[in-house]
Write a protein that binds this ligand. Structure first.
Ligand code: XLS
Ligand code: CA
Ligand code: CA
Length: 447
């Protein structure tokens, strides 16, 4: 296998394979902490972290925002004669970038990779042509597909939703897209298939039948699940929670909401959660809260690794840079049993004014180093066991005697109340939050 892939043209000339050089290196194009083959907690770093590159941000987003035009004129689009050629060049640029970085996975939406045609059949043909080329690239490089998805939010036809659209015809058009995207995902050996319901929600209850829309969403997901399974898909379906944006209120608000929805509609066996850090913040939660909530009910699946900005409350999709948050996230992921089909997908974009070709590399290098530090710190917390012991001791009264009987469901409310009356007074124990925060900081600084 070549060190890295170059197609008909090298799109990132002057940048070679990114290597691990260690924390003392001042080379901006080297890993300081991410050492792919290093064994941490009995497993290679790369197998713990399973990094994926998001096609849409890295190779499609052009820096445009609601107030200004594009600032990233991608050469792989600029040098193409038509949209099909642009799709081919983009694929070359993507595989060059991914292999230079040494990431193992990528994720895509159907419309990131192949242009929409004049009708669903033509769109499907474009996607199939891209899929055949992508398959060759995967075989040549060993890069794998973490998950695929369909873009059911950009086209004006989805302004009132996709699976939850009040017009049946649009629901059917969405199905044509999802069916083709599932086929592409299966053909590429995708380990997952994601549903992010950006427009599955509402702007006003005055024009919305909320119950009907939720029923339709569940019906749509059921059909997609059944189709994919019939085609032999063995991977996991993910729902990606987000509370709002672009809708005022999204049905997949947060982890707990989605878990309830999946159980309500009998989808709990096939669907897991893809948790995005920025979406957790928008829902008013910590990233780690969303991860632990999913894990507690057995719904942890995959992660969109990014961050928002604490001050402005938008979905800014910035690259992760906080060691502190990454450590808490990796601890939560460890508690969830680690990744199986999922991974850390950088659903993050460089800033509008980050216009050097090296910025895309530096952004990902920083994100990967951040999670390598997070993993290292989480391992230290786990091995040392001090924090877990504190938690265990805190709940020790449920390990034996009456407390254990209660936890096992062996006490009636009368029996419990009797115990309460007999107990009389209790000791008060400190939660010791400040002490525990100090312990965490010690692990963080001891790099
Ligand atoms: C948007 C979402 C989206 C999903 C995939 O906010 O993060 O990019 O990850 O459709
Ligand atoms: Ca996302
Ligand atoms: Ca986002």
């Amino acid at each position: 296998m070549a060190d890295y892939f170059v197609g008909s043209k090298e799109y990132f000339p002057g940048i070679g394979k990114i290597k691990y050089e260690g924390p003392k290196s001042d080379n901006p194009l080297a890993y300081k902490y991410y050492d792919a083959e290093k064994i941490v907690g009995g497993k290679k770093m790369k197998d713990h972290l399973r990094f994926a590159i998001a096609y849409w941000h890295s190779f499609c987003a052009d820096g445009a925002d609601p107030f200004g035009a594009a600032t990233h004129p991608h050469p792989w689009i600029a040098d193409a004669k038509n949209p099909i050629e642009a799709s081919e060049h983009k694929l070359d640029a993507a595989f060059e970038f991914i292999t230079k970085l040494g990431a193992e996975f990528y994720c895509f939406h159907d419309r990131d990779v192949a242009p929409e045609g004049a009708n669903p059949a033509e769109s499907e043909k474009n996607l199939q042509a891209w899929t055949a080329r992508a398959k060759e690239r995967q075989q040549a490089t060993g890069v794998k597909l973490l998950w695929g998805t369909a873009n059911l939010f950009t086209h004006p036809r989805f302004m009132n939703g996709a699976a939850t659209n009040p017009e049946f015809g649009i629901v059917a058009l969405a199905a044509a897209q999802v069916k083709a995207a599932i086929d592409a995902t299966i053909a590429l050996g995708g380990q997952g298939y994601t549903f992010w319901g950006g427009r599955e929600g509402y702007m006003s209850l005055l024009n919305t039948d909320l119950k009907k829309e939720k029923d339709h969403l569940a019906q749509f997901l059921t059909l997609a699940r059944d189709y994919a399974r019939k085609q032999g898909f063995k991977g996991v379906f993910y729902i990606e929670p987000k509370p709002c944006e672009p809708t005022k209120h999204q049905y997949d608000y947060d982890s707990e909401t989605v878990i309830g929805f999946l159980r309500n509609y009998g989808l709990e066996k096939d669907f897991r959660l893809n948790i995005e850090a920025n979406h957790a913040e928008l829902a008013g939660h910590d990233f780690a809260h969303e991860l632990e909530t999913a894990a507690a009910s057995g719904f942890f699946g995959s992660v969109d690794a990014n961050r928002g900005d604490y001050i402005n409350g938008w979905d800014t999709d910035q690259f992760p840079s906080s060691y502190y948050e990454a450590a808490l996230a990796m601890l939560a992921i460890h508690k969830a049993g680690g990744f199986t089909t999922g991974g850390l997908n950088f659903d993050a974009k460089i800033r509008r004014n980050s216009i050097d070709p090296s910025d895309l590399f530096e952004a990902h290098i920083g994100g990967m180093d951040t999670f390598a530090v997070g993993l290292t710190v989480a391992q230290r917390i786990i091995q040392d066991g001090k924090i877990q012991k504190f938690i265990n001791d805190r709940y020790a009264s449920f390990d034996s005697g009456d407390g254990a009987q209660f936890a096992k469901g062996e006490l009636s409310l009368e029996a419990l109340a009797k115990l309460g009356s007999d107990y009389g007074s209790f000791g008060f124990t400190s939660g010791k939050q400040e002490y525990l925060e100090n312990v965490l900081n010690q692990y963080l600084l001891d790099l």
